[in-house]
Design a protein around this ligand. Sequence first.
Ligand code: XBP
Ligand code: MG
Length: 249
Amino acid sequence: MPLRALIWDVDGTLAETERDGHLPAFNAAFEALGVPWRWSVQRYGELLPVTGGYERLLHDMASQPGAPVTLAERERLARQLHLDKNRRYAQIVAEGRIPLREGVRALMDDCRAAGMPMAIATTTSRSNVEALLGAHLGAAWREWFACVLCGEDAPRKKPDPQVYVLALEGLGLQANEVLAIEDSPVGVRACVAAGVPVLVTRSVYFADAQCPGALAVGPNLGIAEGWSSALRSHRLRIDLDVLRALAEQ
Ligand code: XBP
Ligand code: MG
């Protein structure tokens, strides 16, 4: 089928937001709110399969000796921490500390030049998407995308397919007319469950992870070398022509 739209994941795919943005923001929020524990880079990686920052906080509290005892208290603390974390995340992004990953901007520019619609399908909060894309694409970033689906829009978070189903509805397309770009096994599972073909740009936290069901797996969009066989190409990077050819295979 000819490719009719591209769907982008956000965290890990557009930028290394987990290690460089969310994690330090969570730890700063713990400190600011007097919470006695911190997350190491490794511990945060173990928690990443629990999607959603709020859900991740609650999950972790179940094994934190210093956490509040009742569920109601935990939920209240998790809400406070999550709000504070997202404010700090926006600050980190605004300070220019999180670049886009290689090849992301070039592929977005390809799509804009070719009139290829793009969508966002993420588990992260809308405020985080606004912060990241506003910082990198400018105040008119929203015009770059036909639809933007975030955690608030799809409460059943990845690996549930809900956010991809909503993105397809927003685009008015069938699953086999689009390609998604993801970085995590959980994101790939969401795509597979929605029937959406997906390629994987490996992020730091999922450098060695198996991603069954992905069409192709590679190091990043800025380089054509190192991608699995389905995406071998003579181009220098993963550009729109490479993706069009992949979709037609
Ligand atoms: C990744 C997530 C998010 C982020 C944190 O989203 O699971 O929860 O870790 O963001 P994706 P929030 O890869 O789908 O972009 O704290 O806003 O949930
Ligand atoms: Mg991701």
